[in-house]
Write a protein that binds this ligand. Structure first.
Ligand code: TRP
Length: 339
């Protein structure tokens, strides 16, 4: 029997998810589950690399789960689980530490950026080791495909490198994962006031982002302030290089209405930028209002959330144990079951 390839991906439960996270990741996760067997993880251990207030982290974990459900990610067809509930992640991570070089981690772009941010202050080793835990996440499930944003590509390359290195010593043990970059046109949503920069949930200026929980007044204000351009006559076409602001609005509209960018260009031919903004506002409202209602329904159902968490951790652990036992045997750790 042909089995479906396994997909693994994860998101950190750090709150404030934006329409950019939805379009760039969650919407794609939803599409991918139709074709593949998917394992979607709430990466709570990764989020500890930056200090999290305990009560907020705790709440954010459940919020993230309810967001998955509100995006119609199916916990019965796939595995949805919390990273810290499967201890094999940190166990494999230690083993992989011993197959990763200091110089390689030192060269990771995200780490170097964090170093600059921290300037002369101490930087925790979690931030340095971060890509190894990510490699463990992926390799533990023998995942074939990993949907990620551009900023995570280097981490996937690292996971591949570690797997290939391990395999070159011990034989064909790990599946070498491949990245899936979102193929949809306009899937990378940019900041509203600076459309040359990616929309980011950690942006210090909230006017740059549409949050999944924004209400109509806020949506209206933010979209009305979004940067366009001063072309005369106004021209509503998708051209990321010369018209980043308009292209970004078209991307948002296309992704939340599922009308192709090409058809939107036809629809807005000869119209002014305010017409486009009005349509983005109206459709964002329809989309987010529906999303928020669905979200609240799930978020309030603690029993359902808890069941999903328990089930998910069982299903994930079953798979994780098989890989970890195998790895332990292969590298020569003493297997107590032999006695
Ligand atoms: N580091 C990823 C992010 O911040 C989240 C993540 C953790 C992840 N483990 C992963 C993504 C494994 C893909 C595969 O976006």
């Amino acid at each position: 029997m042909l089995t479906k390839p396994t997909v693994f991906s994860a998101i950190q439960p750090t709150g404030n998810l934006t329409i950019g996270n939805y379009i760039g990741a969650l919407k794609q996760w939803n599409e991918i589950q139709k074709k593949y067997f998917c394992i979607y993880c709430i990466a709570d251990l990764h989020s500890l690399t930056i200090y999290q207030k305990p009560n907020i982290l705790n709440k954010n974990i459940l919020d993230t789960l309810a967001i998955f459900l509100a995006c119609d990610i199916d916990p019965n067809k796939n595995i949805i689980f919390i990273q810290s509930h499967v201890p094999q992640h940190t166990q494999l991570s230690w083993i992989l530490n011993c197959f990763t070089y200091f110089g390689e981690l030192k060269r990771m772009i995200q780490f170097k950026e964090k170093m600059l941010l921290f300037k002369n202050k101490n930087i925790n080793i979690g931030l340095f080791n971060y890509p190894i835990l990510m490699a463990a996440d992926i390799l533990l499930y023998q995942a074939d495909k990993i949907p990620v944003g551009k900023d995570q590509i280097q981490h996937i390359e690292m996971a591949r490198k570690i797997a290939i290195r391990f395999n070159s010593i011990y034989g064909n043990i790990f599946t070498i994962p491949e990245k899936i970059i979102n193929p949809n046109k306009g899937s990378c949503i940019m900041s509203l006031l600076n459309p040359l920069k990616k929309m980011s949930k950690s942006d210090s200026n909230s006017n740059n982002v549409i949050n999944l929980f924004d209400k109509i007044d806020i949506i209206r204000k933010k979209i009305n302030n979004a940067v366009t351009d001063s072309d005369i006559p106004p021209n509503i076409i998708y051209d990321k290089t010369n018209k980043p602001g308009i292209s970004n609005l078209l991307s948002i509209l296309s992704n939340i209405t599922n009308v192709s960018i090409q058809n939107l260009e036809k629809e807005f031919k000869g119209k002014i930028y305010n017409d486009l903004k009005k349509s983005v506002i109206d459709n964002l409202y329809i989309f987010l209002n529906k999303f928020q209602k669905k979200y609240s329904k799930y978020r309030e159902n603690k029993k359902l959330l808890n069941n999903i968490i328990i089930n998910g951790s069982h299903k994930a652990q079953k798979k994780a144990k098989i890989t970890l036992n195998n790895i332990n045997n292969i590298i020569g750790l003493y297997n107590k079951k032999i006695l």
